[in-house]
Write a protein that binds this ligand. Structure first.
Ligand SMILES: Nc1ncnc2c1ncn2[C@@H]1O[C@H](COP(=O)(O)OP(=O)(O)OP(=O)(O)O)[C@@H](O)[C@H]1O
Length: 269
């Protein structure tokens, strides 16, 4: 289980002060849950993921993994970013196998395991291709294989599909659910896209507008699984829960927007 116990994260500002990004975050994520975090832009979604990854140390409170306080980097997580994570000078096989190479796994074994994952994500035949020779969707598939291959218990995903076109994105979301189903892995998925959050998740957590962003709502998503995302979005149960969360999110988005425009007006004066 991942637990954020009264987590506060502040960053130093250029004028010598502090900016509190998130505050009083109390959240328990049961093992095997698919949880999404949504909220207005800049509210601190990535900061929370970074805290779970151990890339950012909380200024207050703590992150607990199976009840143990996290110190330093969290070696149980795999992190899938929005940005390209593949190394441009390595081919698909070497990119996918890279995590195992870092762990000292021998060449023959890591290549065999990488080939298995390359096949699972539909990239067989492209083992020797370099990232620039692949489409955005194929690069994302390779990154999914790279993350999944090292078999992390916890997957942190920061808007992983946002740069993809709509159709590729839907295909990737479906594939992600297929991979996750039955894996027992805990997923914490950050997205701007409420539609994506509702369709994929067991629960959606909504953060308030920053600064000192906190949790304003937790919404269990009781849609049946397995889900076919191509059909799910037209179902009345989907639109009902979507509309409920959107009403709250919209309020936070407007608050964030008003604060940003007020700050801009102050600076102009
Ligand atoms: N390393 C840092 N140093 C200073 N400020 C930071 C740092 N990282 C994040 N912040 C600030 O903390 C706040 C939250 O940032 P974060 O990237 O977590 O938000 P987000 O919700 O993921 O944003 P977006 O939705 O735009 O991707 C922002 O105001 C950001 O400027």
């Amino acid at each position: 289980m991942v637990e954020l116990a009264d987590v506060v994260v502040s960053f130093p500002t250029n004028d010598g002060g502090d900016y509190t990004a998130v505050s009083d975050i109390h959240l328990q994520v049961e093992a095997g849950t698919f949880l999404s975090v949504a909220g207005p832009t800049g509210c601190g979604k990535s900061t929370l993921l970074n805290a779970v990854a151990g890339l950012v140390a909380p200024t207050g409170g703590q992150v607990l993994i199976d009840g143990q306080p996290l110190r330093g980097l969290n070696d149980r997580v795999g992190y899938l970013f929005q940005q390209e994570a593949l190394l441009p000078w390595k081919n698909v096989l070497d990119n996918v196998a890279f995590g195992l190479q870092l762990r000292g796994v021998g060449k023959a074994e890591r290549e065999e395991r990488a080939r298995e994952w390359i096949w699972r994500v539909g990239l067989s035949g492209f083992e020797r291709a370099y990232p620039h020779q692949l489409s955005g969707g194929m690069r994302k598939r390779a990154a999914v294989a790279q993350t999944w291959l090292v078999d992390p218990d916890i997957l942190l995903m920061d808007e992983p599909f946002s740069a993809l076109d709509v159709q590729t994105r839907q295909i990737m979301e479906n594939e992600l659910l297929d991979l996750w189903t039955g894996s027992g892995k805990t997923v914490i998925f950050v997205t701007h896209d409420l539609d994506e959050a509702v369709s994929l998740s067991d629960e959606v957590v909504l953060l308030s507008a920053g600064p000192a962003s906190h949790i304003v709502g937790r919404y269990p998503i009781d849609l049946p699984r397995p889900r076919n995302l191509m059909d799910l979005r037209t179902r009345p149960e989907f639109t009902e829960i979507y509309a409920r969360i959107w009403a709250d999110l919209r309020e936070e988005v407007m608050k964030g927007y008003e604060r940003t425009t007020a700050n801009t007006a102050d600076r102009r004066r």
